[in-house]
Ligand binder design. Sequence first.
Ligand SMILES: Nc1nc2c(ncn2[C@@H]2O[C@H](COP(=O)(O)OP(=O)(O)OP(=O)(O)O)[C@@H](O)[C@H]2O)c(=O)[nH]1
Ligand SMILES: [Mg+2]
Length: 415
Amino acid sequence: MQRRLKGELNSLKELKSLGEAAGYVTVAAIEQIRKPSSRFQIGRGKVEELTRLVKEKNAQKVIFDNRLKTVQVYNLAKETNVEVIDRFQLILEMFTHRASTTEAKLQIQLARLRYEMAHAREKVRLARKQEQPGFGGLGAYEVDVYHESIRRQVKTIQDKLESTKRKRSLHRTRRKELGFASISLAGYTYAGKSTLFNTLVNEAVPIGKGLFTTLSTTTRAFELFGKRTLLTDTVGFIDKLPLELIKAFQSTLEETIFSDLILLVIDANQPLEEIKRKLSINLDTIQKIGAYGIPIVTALNKIDLLSRNEVEEQKEALKEFALNIVPISALESENLDLLKEELAKHFKSYVRVCFSIPISNETMSFISWLFKETIVKKLNYEHNYADLVIEVLPEFSEKVLARIKKYDGTVKELV
Ligand SMILES: Nc1nc2c(ncn2[C@@H]2O[C@H](COP(=O)(O)OP(=O)(O)OP(=O)(O)O)[C@@H](O)[C@H]2O)c(=O)[nH]1
Ligand SMILES: [Mg+2]
């Protein structure tokens, strides 16, 4: 069920996909165009129509695309005699259904508890009035006890999440020190982020049949023209993603906030209006999570499903909205070199160091360290010396030069 104003888009199709991802089967979809009513969100007449439809189709639940107030949920449940939830609760349910990592589970639990906390007082008040679907089991709790217990649970989860967050931040610092450049995938759910991730890093993270297949981040290294680069696959964005959920996913999204570049993936196989809508949600969400000022490369994905002309048209039409557009097919590995070139443009060039160094136990371990942490282009052993050509990121070069000096090496060339 969706209530919308005249100019607003119909999002029932997306709501249906969300429902399917959460394990529901849709038996009917209806909408009403009018201003929200405070009692039911929809109009009185529509409530009756909805109630009839529920009976006729033997529906078990009504899902609203609109955000519902607790009292509206209560009133609607009373009229229809089935449980009523809104888009936010549906997204929560679906995430719960899909979450496989501990962190994702904790994040979702946190979002759920925060939601409960915000609605607790009203829910308890209404639960006292009468038993309603979705309002059971609360009457026994006193409001304050209930509140306190939720607050304690929230704190425990926050502590646990904080520790993974700290670990993640340590890893990030370490990777920066090692001179890795980092790229984060971003984009609407189902755009093909994980498919592109798999193609670029040669991995096999799960690809979705439905929305929100990815709920936790995965980071892998890959070569970008000889430069070691880290790519992170992330959770997808969606329209009307409530702030509570964005906040709950903050520690996951930090990978995006702290990356050097955002690779924004867009599904090109949709009407232009739809692409534009999702693009603006993407950019908006990137702002909301606090990833300002990070360069963006836009991959216009799934071009294998379009004609050459259509691709050109879309690229042209999106020019003023999206940055650095590269049409690709992640599935068919089309134009990936072009994409990589575009990505590489945004990274600082490496410093090339040619040097020789006397061989000793110490320098041998230095050399094996260089193999791990820099790009070794050349290595020759001559008499008691090793000749090397390596490439490092500028901010990392000082450290390497200092060590060469320490081991009595001679730098022949520095570019
Ligand atoms: N035809 C075509 N299909 C693609 C392409 N890339 C991805 N897909 C399909 O699009 C669907 C979603 O792909 P995913 O890679 O799971 O998308 P995602 O952006 O990671 O989605 P979430 O993790 O749910 O946010 C899958 O069915 C893919 O097979 C492409 O280049 N061409
Ligand atoms: Mg994914």
